[in-house]
Design a protein around this ligand. Structure first.
Ligand code: NDP
Length: 338
């Protein structure tokens, strides 16, 4: 068995085999010691998310999450089968979801970030619990409910609309009766956004975002996954009193943040700009999300798509692909089948 170790802080994009390296280790799950409060999981699936780049930083730089530690495994949301437990919340045989090491076997201890998965619809794969039924799904669901103030007939714009978060936002906006404009960076992603109901779709690499928004807007809700020039175009074509849901700014994660030049329009247009961190909205919405979302996904009422990497030893490549945009959908790693 093995794990993916964080080796060095990257300068621009992370590099597979350099920033992170898969290393063999021999731990015996039957005998490895557990302290009180800990539990041991066999890792089944791991998520690959854009925010992981932010954790690959110098420890002195502050952010909303902890930096990865050089020489230790990277970690992220995963699903695991509990093998042994010294924690009353988890028992052997449970399937749990939470932040765990990129490893075949992980010792877990942060109870507040973990839950036991119950009532999983049979036809949903475990991978969905780190995707549409997990953290990215929660992100879309919570912040759309909290900050969109959506009204039927309004116009929404979603950037990175084929991703884990964006593809759900498109579908939530359509269920609320909005006209949806959505952008992504490949033709395949553009087709997928059309398939899940977006009314106007375009490739931001070959089509000018501002031109599309001028023609199809003004926009009432902007769901921002990318920041940068796209955000500037959205501010420029926003309606009076438009709502901006600032979810992510991936265009700046691997280099300089583009300086948005029309910020004065926030005042002129009386825009409502809401940044958020998914965990802060969790307590308010988690129960309804867990009751609703797996069923909507299992029945096909809400569509999802995943880009599956098999084998933990390929985990470093998967992490890089999400930063470079070569993943075709929500990126997940299947570490073990059962
Ligand atoms: P995505 O699939 O949307 O993110 C990866 C994709 O981003 C790539 O495939 C690529 O697609 C696109 N991308 C990469 N670079 C750029 C760029 N320079 N400009 C425009 N698009 C780019 O991942 P998620 O759905 O998981 O996350 C979406 C956003 O939500 C991210 O910014 C993430 O950080 C944020 N987030 C925020 C949370 C919060 O609590 N606030 C929680 C979870 C996620 P393409 O081919 O279209 O270029």
């Amino acid at each position: 068995n093995g794990r993916v170790i964080f080796k060095e802080v990257p300068k621009g994009y992370p590099e597979a085999g350099k920033t992170m390296v898969y290393e063999e280790q021999t731990i015996d799950p039957e005998t490895i010691a557990l302290k009180p409060g800990e539990w041991l999981v066999k890792v089944l699936v791991l998520s690959v998310d854009p925010y992981m780049r932010g954790r690959m930083r110098e420890p002195s730089k502050k952010s909303y999450n902890d930096p990865y530690t050089i020489g230790e495994p990277i970690e992220n949301y995963g699903v695991g089968l509990v093998l042994r437990s010294e924690n009353p919340k988890f028992k052997a045989g449970d399937y749990c979801q939470g932040v765990m090491d990129y490893a075949h076997y992980a010792i877990c201890h942060k109870t507040d970030k973990f839950y036991v998965i119950e009532n999983k619809p049979e036809n949903l794969p475990w991978t969905t619990y780190v995707g549409a039924a997990g953290m990215p799904g929660e992100t879309a669901y919570y912040a759309w409910k909290e900050y969109a103030f959506a009204k039927k007939g309004e116009v929404a714009f979603v950037s990175s609309g084929a991703g884990a978060v964006g593809s759900l936002v498109i579908q939530l906006a359509k269920r609320d009766g909005l006209k949806v404009i959505a952008s992504a960076g490949t033709e395949d992603k553009v087709q997928y956004m059309k398939k899940i109901g977006a009314d106007v779709v375009f490739n931001y690499k070959t089509t000018d975002t501002k031109e599309v928004l001028e023609k199809e807007g003004p926009i009432d809700v902007y769901w921002d996954n990318v920041g940068g020039e796209t955000l500037e175009a959205a501010i420029g074509t926003a309606n009076q009193h438009a709502r901006f849901i600032e979810c992510g700014m991936i265009s700046g994660y691997n280099g300089q943040f583009y300086p948005v030049k029309n910020l004065m329009m926030i005042i002129q247009k009386e825009l409502r700009i809401n940044g958020f961190i998914v965990n802060s909205l969790r307590d308010k919405y988690v129960a309804e999300f867990q009751a609703a979302m797996p069923k909507l996904l299992a029945s096909g009422e809400i569509n999802f798509r995943e880009d599956v990497t098999r084998g933990l030893e390929n985990g470093d490549e998967a992490v890089v692909s999400v930063q470079k945009g070569t993943n075709v959908a929500k990126a997940v790693i299947v570490v073990a089948d059962q």
